[in-house]
Ligand binder design. Sequence first.
Ligand SMILES: NC(=O)c1ccc[n+]([C@@H]2O[C@H](COP(=O)([O-])OP(=O)(O)OC[C@H]3O[C@@H](n4cnc5c(N)ncnc54)[C@H](O)[C@@H]3O)[C@@H](O)[C@H]2O)c1
Length: 373
Amino acid sequence: MKDVKTVGIIGFGVMGAAIGLNAAANGYKVVYKELNDDLVKSMYDKFVAKALAKRVGLGKMTQADMDKICGSIKGTTTYDELAACDLIIEAAIEKMDLKIKIFGELSDACPKDTLIVSNTSTFLIEKLMEKVASPARTAGLHYFFPANVNRLVEVIRQKNTSDETYNALMAFSKQNKKVPITVKDFPGFAINPIFISSYLVLNSFCGDKYNAATLESISQETLGVKYGIMWVQNGSGLGTAYHAGASMVEYLAKSDIGFPPVPGLLKTMFEGGKLWDLNGPVLKDAAERSVVGDSLLGSIFCISTHLVEKGVVSVKDLELGVCTALAWPKGPFTLMNEMGMSEVTKRVKKAVDAGYFKMPRKFASGDLKPWEL
Ligand SMILES: NC(=O)c1ccc[n+]([C@@H]2O[C@H](COP(=O)([O-])OP(=O)(O)OC[C@H]3O[C@@H](n4cnc5c(N)ncnc54)[C@H](O)[C@@H]3O)[C@@H](O)[C@H]2O)c1
């Protein structure tokens, strides 16, 4: 198994910076590559110097720890310095052609056993790595925002990923105090299909009867979360929410899994530079609220079951992943087991009848056995 000591990061933006800082804080040497010297400097000032100095000022980090982390970080604008890295994590902007080009260049610049991974949110890893010689050393390593706080990492095995590569990435993630789960190369991987379909379903109800504040309150109540799904969408920005939704629809809507459509309102909102207004009056009527809550749960049950039936992720890892990445107190399979499968089946049917998803095999066959957790 490759012993990772030095990590190269392509793209010193929000995600790249946090991924590298997490590695530097856990004993790795980190080399950041950016497009030009000005970006290397400005990103270092913003994400490393200022961010760590703030932590020191608040008493959350010692000056000695800050100096140690800063001492293990370098910036560059060329591939030369990356040739000495054991693992390279790509976190450049989400453009497929750019990423494919970067991986081709990395393949030419680095030794044949350098581990090469992408933090893409939406593209299939196998496609991104098509220009990499010896693809057995490639995979996905999908961190969640904010990557220095959120502990989940999806370790994405594409068809060609070797056991050695997978084991090295699991070990690297654990050394970084992350919670790694194993996921197959699949559109959006495992967690995003659940989160994205959840907000598309909720958004589709937004209108005169259900305002955004009501939908936020229903998602909080249904999932038992402090920050509901409308709030989280506002945090990531509605442009990101729209593009991620459109990408999932493109991959899955016509497949045997299906996917809820992107409501026109989401596009209008992001094009108008707006966020969901979470301060409006909240609808209290329990029956009206349960119409939305049941659709939301039915969709979560459908997509979770499809992901397991397609072998994308295990029940155990999906449960752990949802609770870790999305901070839901209960994962989809615990929610189903607690509700009982005949009630679950009613909600799944609603989601299928609404055209959000195709019927998963388990429910089509009338299997009412609870999930083994
Ligand atoms: N932001 C999130 O919530 C989130 C979560 C998970 C995954 N991701 C994925 O992480 C990746 C980065 O996202 P981000 O939010 O950090 O974006 P960002 O725009 O903050 O950072 C991207 C950086 O890459 C740099 N860059 C572009 N081309 C480059 C090249 N050829 N060489 C070196 N640097 C280059 C840009 O200058 C920019 O600083 C994307 O693939 C995104 O889908 C983002």
